[in-house]
Design a binder for this molecule. Structure first.
Ligand code: ATP
Ligand code: MG
Length: 560
């Protein structure tokens, strides 16, 4: 999966190599990606997938996909399918080892009975809020009045919980650990809760469901996972992870924690992404503004770019915020090598070449990809009436503006030197048409008399252009930290009202006609654009995946 040579080892690789050296796992490396199927995957998950799968590849090991489906009320088949699709798209290969925590419900139940028989678990009748109160404060907790039930009574009650005799929330099974532990997770954590709910895989078979902490380590153990990698907030759960495995005397994987990915100008939390979708702040899970894998896919991101990004940000033990530019750069670098170049005009300004023969059409030879000689060339029609970008003309050009202006000459890419004679305005004073002349001797882009022009701009022939809709995207949130809000507001108040701009009537060179959904092109001088699934036979819709680095915009900004 590595697309770049890796430099020094990251801290997880160091741990793996030390295990390989001391033989703890017999030289084996077996990782897993354990999503809960309660939402679509986001870019943070991509980091976890790349990390886990990357380790398996690097150390000749294995990688499992395991759905952590212990909460029937939030999980859905739609999510299961979307997750599988996204992991595969990223290049993660689980070689058929697709597992579910729910596959292990019988085993987990057996083990719970064992812990009861060993005096290490008990049925508690306290309701949830009482359990929380009994957990106490830093000084210590207080044992539940039900903590010292006999093994027989516990077994009987637990079996009846399983048989459906008790209503939701009326009882729990708890591990009997230490009500005074400085680690609250060890103050008799809940193992099972009663939930009369339909599970997406086990249907109505169960009405008790294991808690994440009780299910996760044992699932790792069953699958023979060597390194169970999770995010830092689980560091404090590790003593419990270890406690269950030790109490059961089963194979013991090593949990390792790393810092979760946080990206500026967006949110990476399923709960919030669900809210954005259900409250229709975005058009769906795969809205190209969403930081979901399906969103960035639709926008035009490539698996190679995502992997490059994940490699570059690396893994560490420290939480930090990553700038979006890391993601954008990774995409530019990937597409620069692969994406064919084309010409397209987003905000058209009509240009009439006064001295160009009426009705004449010339086929100009255009290079498909200067980064890839094998990509060849194509022909682009040139004629008397053309469109250029409105931005490429200034009536009163500032110094260093090398594009068109009255009296100025520029190169039309792959065509001729063109000189602007005059600008025609509408009643409101807007420039609506340029009258220009061309120099027939400059065909191909150079003047035999040696005169130079500084600017080269793109164009399309009016008669030959196809119309398209182009969707431009900006950050979903207006602030780097969406939680940066005044008292009384929420992160939703930071949604960027300008995150989507829809341009219609864009003019594209005719070679783009019929482009299939998902194909990505570089529109010269503008950026990379991907054909959206909303395209129809009659009308193409493009998403701007990422801009090119726009040096002129930077110059102008500086000047302000
Ligand atoms: P969220 O916080 O978005 O709800 P989650 O942790 O509840 O995510 P899971 O489905 O449980 O989502 O996550 C699957 C795996 O992905 C876990 O191992 C988790 O640690 C990892 N993961 C989740 N979010 C990130 C992130 N932002 N950066 C890196 N890894 C992440
Ligand atoms: Mg989770």
């Amino acid at each position: 999966m590595s697309s770049e040579p890796t430099k020094s080892l990251n801290f997880i690789e160091e741990i793996v190599e030390s295990h390989n050296a001391d033989g703890r796992f017999g030289g084996k490396v077996h990782t897993r990606f354990p999503p809960e199927p309660n939402g679509y995957l986001h870019i943070g998950h991509a980091k976890s997938i790349c990390l886990n799968y990357g380790l398996a590849v690097r150390y000749n090991g294995k990688f499992n996909l395991r759905y952590d489906d212990t909460n029937p009320t939030t999980e859905e088949q739609e999510y299961v399918d979307a997750i599988r699709d996204d992991v595969r798209w990223l290049g993660g290969d689980w070689q058929g080892r697709e597992f579910y925590a729910s596959d292990y419900f019988d085993q987990l139940y057996e083990w719970a009975e064992k812990l009861i028989r060993d005096g290490k678990a008990y049925v508690d009748d306290l309701p949830a809020d009482e359990i929380a109160k009994y957990r106490g404060d830093i000084k210590g907790g207080k044992p539940s009045p039900y903590r010292d039930r006999s093994v027989e009574e516990n077994l009987d009650l637990f079996r009846r919980m399983k048989a459906g005799e008790f209503p939701d929330g009326s009882r729990t099974l708890r591990a009997k650990i230490d009500m005074n532990s400085p680690n609250f997770h060890l103050r008799d954590p809940i193992m099972y809760r009663i939930m009369h709910a339909n599970h997406h895989r086990t249907g109505n078979k169960w009405c008790i469901y294991p808690m994440y902490d009780y299910a996760h380590g044992q699932s790792d153990s069953i699958e023979g996972i060597t390194h169970s990698i999770c995010t830092l907030e689980f560091e404090i759960h590790r003593p419990l992870y270890d406690w269950y495995i030790n109490a059961l005397g089963i194979y013991h994987p090593q949990q390792i924690e790393f810092a979760r990915l946080t990206l500026a100008y967006t949110v990476l939390s399923k709960r919030r992404l669900i809210q954005l979708v259900t409250e229709k702040h975005v058009a769906g899970w795969d809205d190209p503004r969403m930081p979901t894998i399906s969103g960035v896919r639709r926008r035009g991101y490539t698996p190679g770019a995502m992997r490059r990004f994940c490699e570059r940000i690396g893994v560490s033990k420290f939480n930090g915020i990553i700038d979006m530019s890391w993601l954008e750069d990774a995409l530019r670098e990937d597409l620069n090598k692969k994406a064919p170049r084309v010409m397209g005009v987003l905000r058209p300004l009509k240009v009439v070449i006064e001295n160009y023969p009426e009705g004449q059409v010339e086929e100009m030879v255009a290079i498909n990809n200067p980064e890839d000689a094998a990509a060849g060339s194509r022909k682009v029609p040139f004629s008397k009436v053309l469109y250029i970008e409105q931005d490429d003309f200034r009536e009163n050009p500032p110094k260093d503006f090398f594009r068109l202006a009255p009296g100025k000459e520029v190169r039309f890419r792959y065509a001729y030197f063109i000189k602007c004679v005059s600008a025609i305005k509408d009643a409101a004073g807007n420039v609506v048409e340029l009258r220009c002349t061309y120099d027939p001797a400059t065909r191909g882009g150079d003047a035999p008399d040696g005169r130079k022009v500084k600017g080269t701009i793109h164009w399309v022939s009016a008669d030959h252009a196809i119309d398209a809709e182009v969707r431009l995207y900006d950050h979903l949130f207006a602030k780097p930290d969406p939680d940066d809000v005044p008292e009384g507001q929420t992160y939703l108040d930071n949604l960027n009202p300008k995150s989507l701009e829809v341009l219609t009537g864009c003019k594209l060179e005719p070679s783009l006609a019929g482009s299939s959904v998902g194909r990505t092109f570089q529109f010269e001088r503008l950026g990379y654009f991907c054909v959206d699934k909303d395209s129809t036979a009659g009308k193409l819709v493009f998403n701007r995946a990422v801009t090119l680095r726009d040096s002129w915009a930077k110059i102008e900004k500086k000047g302000k």
